[in-house]
Design a protein around this ligand. Structure first.
Ligand code: F3S
Length: 413
């Protein structure tokens, strides 16, 4: 693989031990994938910021980097951590986990990372332009960046995003190259999608069948919202490993079907209608229980328009005393939700706005056990998918209106 002089100097250790280790990792990766060279990146989004994710070994590594004087030369953001900024919010962490999470965030802060701790960094400042090369982890965010924003990233993880943040480089392979961005299957959407979660259901159905492919959606209305695309991206990346999709007439690389496939023949076609939606939505609920215990919105992190919708649904109502309702979001979005009065309406109803985390990054099993909770209700296909697999809670899946009504009644169906 060709390396420029400055890259060789990093590999030779002329810019310190940590840059050398990071360069070794990126060069090895590039050689595995036949990359001809490294490229500079515009931004990084790093998934390894939570103590429940990286553990004590990760904490020690991050602190070692910081002690060595490592500074991040590119704009870098972090995915959700395990701890909300409001210290009185109990998310199931013990005292040691709180101390460790605080150390991780401080070390990243000192290295110059924007520790926004959010899976929607594109809503709060990390918003690359079409064609820009970036290195993003967090499957929902990178799929959104690739597809909706037209940036270019592979499906990266904690170690590679950190290495790219420290060096400002990534190997040129995969979705950084035009030839790999062509659609691989056509999905004909034959039904009207009623709301945001219906896009999650479509994404979940498609992701399972597309696996690592590049789906091209036809039949999605031109006025599809960013929130709907956000939910589509998240679900596609949870049932499958989709990192890039196109929506004909909507996303930048798909003004027409032919352009989305980059002139190649369409070899595989899926149809999505009422029966596919119904069976997929049913498959995401894994319990017959009518009682509702823990309702979670904000997977991916809530936007300001979702806050507006929820405030409308909860205005003058009360969440049932036996139900915990979480809204996960970033601090900047929460700030505006408060300024607009939405946050106050939601909190007056007894719901909790829990910033910078989500149940996949907090000790959810401990949180649930302490409260005798065994189910989780959500409007997110991605959260329903991970609830069962990652923290052993039985998901109940419905749209935001039904979830909210269920939170008020303490029951659904
Ligand atoms: Fe974000 Fe957590 Fe969902 S990281 S996409 S809220 S699983």
């Amino acid at each position: 693989m060709y390396l420029a002089d400055a890259e060789k100097a990093m590999l030779d250790g002329k810019h310190g031990h940590s840059r050398r280790k990071c360069m070794e990792l990126l060069v090895s990766l590039g050689e595995i994938y036949d990359a001809e060279r490294l490229i500079s990146i515009r931004s990084v989004h790093m998934p390894g910021a939570s103590i429940t994710g990286i553990g004590e070994a990760g904490l020690r590594f991050v602190e070692e980097l910081e002690r060595e004087g490592t500074r991040i030369p590119v704009f870098a953001t972090t995915n959700p951590s395990s701890m909300p900024p409001a210290p009185d919010q109990d998310v199931g962490l013990d005292a040691k986990q709180i101390a460790d999470q605080t150390r991780i965030t401080k070390a990243f802060d000192r290295m110059g990372v924007y520790t926004c701790n959010s899976c929607t960094p594109y809503l709060i400042g990390n918003s690359p332009r079409p064609g820009e090369h970036v290195c993003w982890g967090e499957s929902s965010a990178l799929s959104y960046a690739n597809s909706v924003m037209g940036a270019r990233t592979n499906r990266e993880g904690g170690p590679t995003t950190l290495a790219s943040a420290i060096t400002g480089k990534t190997p040129l392979w995969g979705y950084h190259l035009d030839k790999n961005r062509a659609g691989t299957l056509l999905v004909k959407v034959k039904k009207k999608l009623r709301d945001i979660s219906a896009y999650g259901t479509l994404g979940y159905f498609t992701g399972k069948l597309a696996e690592r492919g590049v789906p091209v959606f036809e039949g999605i209305p031109l006025d599809v919202t960013d929130d709907e695309l956000k939910m589509l991206a998240a679900a596609l990346a949870s049932s499958g490993a989709v990192a890039l999709f196109h929506v004909v007439g909507v996303t930048g690389e798909a003004p027409t079907r032919a352009k989305a496939f980059r002139g190649r023949k369409v070899r595989r076609v899926l149809e999505y209608g009422d029966s596919e939606e119904t069976s997929t939505a049913r498959s995401l609920t894994k319990t017959d229980r009518h009682e509702v215990e823990w309702v979670v919105f904000g997977c991916p992190h809530f936007s300001i328009s979702e806050f507006r919708q929820l405030a409308h649904l909860l205005e003058g109502k009360r969440v049932h005393p036996d139900v915990v309702l979480w809204v996960n979001t970033s601090v900047p979005v929460e700030h505006y939700a408060r300024r607009l009065g939405y946050a106050q309406v939601i909190e007056a109803a007894g719901a909790h706005i829990v910033c910078e985390v989500c149940p996949c990054h907090t000790p959810s099993q401990a949180f649930a056990q302490q409260r005798g909770i065994s189910t989780i209700m959500t409007n997110s296909a991605k959260m329903a998918h991970y609830a069962a697999g990652q923290f052993g809670l039985l998901p109940q899946y419905a749209d935001i209106s039904r979830c909210t009504q269920a939170a008020i009644d303490g029951k659904w169906r």
